[in-house]
Ligand binder design. Structure first.
Ligand SMILES: Cc1ncc(COP(=O)(O)O)c(C=O)c1O
Length: 425
C-alpha cells in the first residue's frame, strides 16, 4: 500500500460525493475515523489531468523477467488453490543467517502474509491491547497509525529533527512509559530516505530492553541503500531478536507491489499468533506469486547489486533536477526510493498548494509532505517552535523509468522558468 495519488478514478470521486449524503451512523466508529484527506482530493485532480506520476511508491517499469516467468509457470502448473509455500520460510531463514547472523526456525518463526502491510497489521493485532502505547517516529509511512488505532493502541510520536531527520536520544527515551508495548521502526525510511545509524539502533534497542517492550520493524527497503550505507536489522543487535518482529516483502526489491507477498519473522509464540490472524483474515497469500517468490528470493547477489546501482543513479538524477529548479535538498536520501525535498524559502505556497499547482501547471504529481507528519506529536524539539516546517516538504518517488523521469524533468524545468512557484505570477 502506498499514498494514493493517481489511481483513484471518477467512480471513486462520485462515491466520495455520494457518501456525503449517507448517514454516517451506519458506519463503525473506527470507519468514521478514516476520512478522506486533502491528498485524496489531489489524487483525483492528478487522475483527471493525466499527470506524470512521481507520487506513488511503486515502479512503472517491468518486473525482472526471471520472476515473471516463474509466476507464469506457477499459473500454468495450476497453483490455483489456498497454499502455504514452506520453501519461502526456508529461504528467508537462510537469508537471515547469512545477512544478519540470526537463527530463525523456518517451521515456527515465520508467517507468510499478503505483503508487509498485512504482516504489520497482523503483528499489531497480535501484541496490542486497548490502551497500549506504541512509539513511532514523525514523519513516517502513513499506514501504521490506522492499524494501531484499530487495535485500540495509542500512537506516541517522537519527532525526527530536520534537516537530517536525526533521532534525539533524550526525547526518544522520554516517550517510553510503563504502558509502552512497542516501537515501530522503518529503515530505510519512507518518506525521508533516512537509514538509521548503528548508534541510533543501539538507542532504540536500549529503550526496548529498559522498558521490556517489543519492536516492529518495517524493512521493505532493506535492499535499497546507497553509497556505503548498509541496512542493519534491529533484530541483529544484542538481545533484540527475542524482542523484534521483522516485517518485509518482495514488493519493492522485485518491483512487484501488486503481487502481495510479504512476511513477519518473530519469536515462535508471536509468529504463531500472526499466522493465526493471517489465516482468519485472508487465509493465504496468492499461490502463484508465493511460488514466484521462491525464484525471487533465490536471485543471485548480482541482482541486488544492480538494483542498488540503478536506484542510486535515479536518486542522483532527481536530486540534481530538483536542486536545479530551486528546491532545498538538505538531505540526500541514503535509502528507499523517495526524495523528501524542501520547498524554496521564497515559495509562498504550502506543500498542498504547491502540489495542486504542480498538477495543474506542469502535469506532474508528487505527495505533499503533510501526509507523513502528525498533528499530535508528543515529543518535539522545544526549540522548533515554528512547526511550519511540516508544510514545506514534497515527497518525490524516483522508482520510475528513465523515460518518466526525463519527461517529468522537462515539464518541471519549463515551469521553473515561469517562476510561478515563488508566488510571483
Ligand atoms: C515503508 C513502507 N512499508 C510498507 C509498504 C507496503 O509494502 P507491501 O507492498 O509489502 O505491503 C510501503 C509501500 O509504499 C512502504 O513505503
Amino acid at each position: 500500500m502506498t499514498t494514493t495519488i493517481v489511481t483513484e478514478d471518477e467512480e471513486r470521486a462520485s462515491l466520495l460525493r455520494d457518501s456525503a449524503n449517507y448517514p454516517s451512523g451506519k458506519l463503525s466508529k473506527v470507519a468514521r475515523t478514516f476520512t478522506p484527506s486533502p491528498i485524496q482530493e489531489l489524487s483525483l485532480l492528478a487522475q483527471r489531468s493525466n499527470a506524470i506520476n512521481l507520487a506513488e511508491g511503486f515502479p512503472d517499469f517491468p518486473a525482472p523477467p526471471h520472476i515473471k516467468n516463474a509466476a507464469v509457470s506457477a499459473i500454468n502448473f495450476d497453483f490455483n488453490q489456498y497454499r502455504h509455500v514452506q520453501g519461502i520460510c526456508d529461504l528467508l531463514s537462510r537469508k537471515m543467517k547469512d545477512k544478519h547472523g540470526l537463527n530463525v526456525d523456518p517451521s515456527t518463526d515465520i508467517a507468510i502474509c499478503c505483503g508487509q502491510t498485512e504482516a504489520f497489521a497482523a503483528a499489531v493485532f497480535s501484541i496490542i491491547d486497548r490502551g497500549d502505547e506504541v512509539v513511532l517516529f514523525d514523519p513516517c509511512y502513513e499506514t501504521y497509525e490506522g492499524c494501531i488505532t484499530m487495535a485500540g493502541g495509542v500512537p506516541v510520536y517522537v519527532a525526527l529533527d530536520p534537516p537530517h531527520w536525526t533521532l534525539d536520544p533524550d526525547r526518544f527515551m522520554k516517550a517510553f512509559t510503563s504502558r509502552t508495548k512497542a516501537v515501530v521502526l522503518n529503515s530505510p525510511h519512507n518518506p525521508t530516505g533516512k537509514v538509521f545509524t548503528r548508534d541510533e539502533l543501539e538507542i532504540i534497542a536500549g529503550a526496548c530492553c529498559t522498558w521490556d517492550c517489543l519492536a516492529i520493524t518495517d524493512e521493505v527497503y532493506e535492499h535499497i541503500a546507497f553509497d556505503d550505507e548498509k541496512h542493519i536489522s534491529l533484530a541483529s543487535l544484542p538481545n533484540m531478536q527475542e524482542k523484534t518482529i521483522i516485517t518485509s516483502s518482495i514488493s519493492k526489491t522485485f518491483s512487484v507491489t501488486g503481487w502481495r507477498i510479504g512476511w513477519a519473522i518473530a519469536p515462535a509464540l508471536i509468529a504463531s499468533a500472526i499466522r493465526n490472524i493471517h489465516v482468519k483474515v485472508t487465509d493465504s497469500a496468492p499461490a502463484p506469486f508465493q511460488e514466484a517468490a521462491l525464484t525471487a528470493l533465490s536471485s543471485p547477489p548480482e541482482f541486488y547489486q544492480s538494483l542498488k546501482i540503478e536506484y542510486e543513479s535515479k536518486r542522483n538524477y532527481i536530486v540534481e533536477l530538483l536542486a536545479e529548479i530551486g528546491f532545498q535538498i538538505e538531505f540526500k536520501p541514503k535509502g528507499s526510493f523517495f526524495l523528501f525535498a524542501k520547498l524554496p524559502d521564497q515559495c509562498a505556497l504550502s506543500d498542498v498548494e504547491y502540489v495542486r499547482e504542480l498538477i495543474n501547471q506542469a502535469g506532474v504529481v508528487a505527495v505533499p509532505g503533510c501526509g507523513f507528519f502528525h498533528t499530535k506529536v508528543s515529543y518535539e524539539k522545544p526549540s522548533l517552535e515554528d512547526r511550519s516546517y511540516k508544510g514545506r516538504y514534497i515527497r518525490f518517488a524516483f522508482c520510475k523509468s528513465i523515460e518518466t523521469l526525463t519527461a517529468a524533468a522537462e515539464k518541471l524545468r519549463r515551469l521553473y522558468r515561469t517562476k510561478w512557484y515563488l508566488g510571483l505570477q
